[in-house]
Design a protein around this ligand. Structure first.
Ligand code: ADP
Ligand code: MG
Length: 272
């Protein structure tokens, strides 16, 4: 049902989301993996692109280092095409372009290139097989360098995980400026579609305060669903499976499933 609607969107068939925040450890990778899994679970076809040299999303989905000969570096450097770079994950409907530390080189190599902001966008658009996926989710590194710039240029929308802790909102204004800069230069249609509150700890007043501030300042951009701090969520990556598969009943998984539902609702309202 969703598919038909979604495929009428835009001139290309899939919608691309960059999951970005220049701060490390705020839940980008966890959100990318589990939102992707939640969307895949309801039958949407999802491609996750791991664009972090640390490769945490690749590890979190169970890809060993020796399974990463084609990867997001070979993709953006033009050595491999999108279709050649994709691997099936263990999760039905969820495919991935894995990452390696080679990506660190891209930060440097692309600096001199005239098209340095467009490499990923071109690699995605060149693929003539663009009806395969409903959504492409790009897991960004914790920096506002060339890799994140590539993700924002390729994206239709940005999702920002915001950890419920002190200084969370300060980093956000810097990210907003970057999004604005990308709009003015590389990608005028880029939207800031959603802020996702992560690692919410109900025993901590600060968590409540950050959540309140975020909703006051950013209004409906903030998803209603809040992701709680939950130890099961942090255990899952070492098993190479999403939290949603590791323990689908834990509070973190329930929240990520709700996030996927809310995401789909927002998408269908958006298209209406
Ligand atoms: N909801 C959560 N509850 C508990 N731990 C979490 C949660 N979300 C993320 N973590 C853990 O916090 C750390 C940072 O999360 P991660 O998603 O890797 O952040 P980022 O990609 O922004 O650097 C990881 O060890 C992860 O397992
Ligand atoms: Mg990460």
């Amino acid at each position: 049902m969703y598919k038909k609607k979604l495929n009428t969107n835009n001139n290309h068939k899939h919608k691309v989301f960059a999951i970005a925040n220049q701060k490390g450890g705020v839940g980008k990778t966890t959100t990318t993996i589990n939102l992707a899994t939640g969307l895949a679970a309801v039958g949407l076809k999802i491609l996750l692109i791991d664009l972090d040299p640390q490769g945490n999303a690749s590890t979190g989905l169970g890809f060993e280092k020796n399974e990463r000969q084609v990867n997001s570096y070979s993709l953006i450097s033009g050595e491999s095409k999108l279709t050649e770079s994709i691997k099936n994950s263990k999760i039905p409907n969820l495919d991935i372009v894995v990452a390696t530390v080679d990506l660190l080189g891209a930060e440097i190599e692309l600096i001199d290139k005239e098209k340095r902001g467009y490499q990923l966008d071109e690699a995605i658009k060149q693929s003539n097989d663009d009806s395969t996926y409903d959504y492409i989710l790009i897991d960004c590194p914790p920096a506002l360098g060339i890799l994140t710039l590539n993700a924002l240029t390729a994206a239709d929308s940005v999702l920002v995980p915001l950890q419920c802790e002190f200084f969370a909102l300060e980093g956000l204004s810097q990210l907003m400026k970057t999004v604005e800069m990308v709009r003015l230069t590389f990608n005028p249609n880029l939207k800031l579609e959603g802020i996702i509150l992560t690692m919410f700890d109900k025993r901590n007043n600060l968590s409540e305060q950050v959540a309140e501030d975020a909703r006051k300042n950013l209004g409906s951009t903030v998803f209603d669903t809040v992701i709680p701090r939950n130890v099961r969520v942090s255990e899952a990556p070492s098993h190479g499976i999403p939290a949603l598969v590791y323990d689908y009943k834990c509070s973190g998984s329930v929240a990520y499933m709700n996030l996927a539902k809310e995401f789909i609702e927002r998408e269908s309202n958006f298209l209406r």
